[in-house]
Design a protein around this ligand. Structure first.
Ligand code: RIB
Length: 311
């Protein structure tokens, strides 16, 4: 089983010619709502790519007692995610305000709401003990996320932690505490450089050197996602692996990183090595960019296998 502990949002999305600068107003023809939240996105990506296979997916999260929350819950259920550890709390469901420009790039503001009420205790031992992989992000309380990671590591469960958005941690010791509880760190180029900066590593602008420094210092595998250039992994012994992204014309890159993380976790749970798991994750992330909305383009298992076989 894969367990995801993380955020659930409703995404309100406006397409714009270009993303507004501070103090500026830009017009969009309309707004659309999509299911989102890094945790929920990763759960759906993992569930779709695992469906029909041996791995089940469960999620612990928090939603409000409101129409957004109920719709998000039903969406997770419809995608085959075990929602028994999702709690309804007395705060509004998380909401993300997203603008997407004509090249598919986005800017996101998250109103966390119910997500900040999620606690480590919301993930029961009965669920965690069935997991082989735990997936975490940075959109719910960090202290509780760290506690869940520590519980999982104690039980011998692999912790895949996506440090996104990059934690607002300034001290080396606090960042080190999070990394010590991580087996596989997934970050984008900017996140890799920010983390190395907090750790006092001098990587300059070289995101792979930043990933190598983190991997070496904490004995973890660091995966850096690099958009159209695919993804790079650095193992604790310094060995590097690269997975290519497929050439696509993106419609919307929102959720591409989450697709990567969810499908990667699915591959690892099925026993794939890091290289093949990254190949699958990169292919799924490319596919996810072809449709508007974070989750709409995430491939089902059959479609992903078909796409991989074509290349
Ligand atoms: O990673 C994309 C996600 O970030 C969006 O779905 C939005 O909800 C924010 O959490």
């Amino acid at each position: 089983m894969i367990v995801i502990f993380g955020s659930i949002n409703m995404d309100l999305v406006a397409r714009v010619q270009r993303i507004a600068r501070p103090g500026e107003t830009v017009l969009s023809r309309r707004a659309d709502s999509f299911f989102g939240g890094k945790g929920a996105n990763q759960a759906v990506a993992a569930a779709r790519s695992s469906r029909g296979g041996p791995i089940q997916v469960a999620m612990a999260g928090a939603i409000g007692n409101d129409p957004f929350g109920m719709a998000c819950l039903k969406n997770l259920e419809d995608n085959g995610v075990d929602v028994s550890a999702i709690r309804v709390v007395d705060e509004p469901t998380g909401c993300a305000f997203i603008t997407v420009d004509k090249s598919g790039e986005n800017a996101i503001t998250v109103a966390s709401g119910a997500n900040m009420a999620l606690r480590s205790a919301d993930l029961p031992d009965r669920l965690l003990s069935n997991a082989s992989v735990l997936v975490l992000q940075m959109e719910v309380p960090i202290a509780d996320t760290l506690e869940v990671a520590t519980r999982a590591r104690r039980a011998g469960i692999k912790v895949v932690w996506n440090f996104a958005p990059v934690p607002l941690v300034k001290e080396r010791s606090a960042m080190a505490e999070l990394l010590t509880a991580t087996d596989v760190l997934v970050v984008n180029e900017h996140e890799a450089l920010s983390i190395a900066g907090v750790l006092g590593e001098s990587a300059g602008a070289d995101f792979l050197e930043a990933g190598s420094a983190v991997s070496r210092s904490f004995g973890l595998t660091c995966i850096v996602t690099a958009g159209a250039r695919g993804a790079y992994a650095v193992a604790p012994d310094g060995a590097r692996t690269h997975a290519m992204a497929r050439p696509i014309t993106p419609v919307d890159t929102t959720g591409a990183g989450d697709t990567f993380v969810g499908v990667l976790a699915g591959g690892l749970a099925e026993g794939l090595e890091i290289g093949p798991a990254m190949e699958r994750a990169c292919a799924a992330a490319s596919l996810s960019c072809l449709t508007a909305g974070a989750q709409a383009g995430m491939p089902q298992r059959d479609a992903l296998e078909h796409y991989l076989a074509q290349a």
